[in-house]
Design a binder for this molecule. Sequence first.
Ligand code: SF4
Ligand code: FES
Length: 270
Amino acid sequence: MVSERSSKEFFAVTLRVWRQAGPSASGRFVDYPATNVSPDMSFLELLDVVNDGLTVKDEEPIAFAHDCREGICGTCSCTINGKPHGPGHGIATCQLYMRSFKDGDTIIVEPFRARAFPLVKDLVTDRSAFDRIQQAGGFISVRTGAAPDANSIPVPKDDADLAMDAATCIGCGACVAACKNASAMLFVAAKVSHLGLMPQGQPERDKRVLAMVQAMDEAGFGNCTNQYECSAVCPKLITHDFIARMNRDYVKALFKAKFKPVSSASGGAG
Ligand code: SF4
Ligand code: FES
C-alpha cells in the first residue's frame, strides 16, 4: 500500500514520442499521458509502464533500444527535450530518473537524428556504422594463447589514466546526435586514443588511425567544426581534447605514409 506521504510525490507528465513504423514510413509525434509517475522511476521504466498500457489496449508499444540499464552498453540512445540522453549530466538515458522532471511537464522524446544512423522504428536507430569503424582498426593484433603477464610491460600512470578515460566510451552515439554536423570525431578519437596511448597499441598505431578515419568518412558522418557539443552530452564525459590528439596522430600517419622510403626489396621490378 502506498503511504499518503509518498503518494503526494507522485505526479503526471505527458510523453510526446516520435512514432514511425519503419525507415520509409512517415513519422509523427504522439502524446501519451502518464499519471502516478514516481520520482524514483527511471525514464526507461516510465516507457515500460506506458508500453504496458498500450499493450493492454492492443496498441503498438513504443520501440526503444535498451540492454544493461546501468550506463554500460550504450544501447539506450534517444533524445529527450532536445538533448541526447536528456537533461542529466554524465549519464545515459537509462540513468535518468523522473525526479529530473516536474508535474505537468511535456517531455519530447525522439530518436537520434543523423544520416549515418538510419531510423529502424520509433526511437530505434541503426548504429552499425560505429561497428564498421571499430572493425576497421579498433583492435590490436596479438597471437592468441601467448598473452604476456599484464605487468611485464610498464605503462606510465598518466598514459594509463588517459587511456582509461578514452576506454570508457560506450559507443552510444550521443556525440553524433548532438553535433550539428553529425560528426563522429569524439567516438573515433576515443577509440583511436585508447589504443594509441598503450604500448600494445603502437605497432598498428598509424594504420589504425588512417583506417578508422576512412571508415568514419565512408559511413557518412560529418566533419568536426569545434562546436564541442559532443563532449557536453557524452555520458562518460569524454573530452574533446581526444579529437586534437587523434588529429595529430592522423597527420603524422598520413605524412609517414606519403613519404615512406621505398625499400630495396620492392625497388627491383622497376
Ligand atoms: S564518445 Fe561519449 S557520446 Fe560519443 S559514443 Fe562514446 S560515450 Fe557516447
Ligand atoms: S541501457 Fe545500457 S547504457 Fe543505457
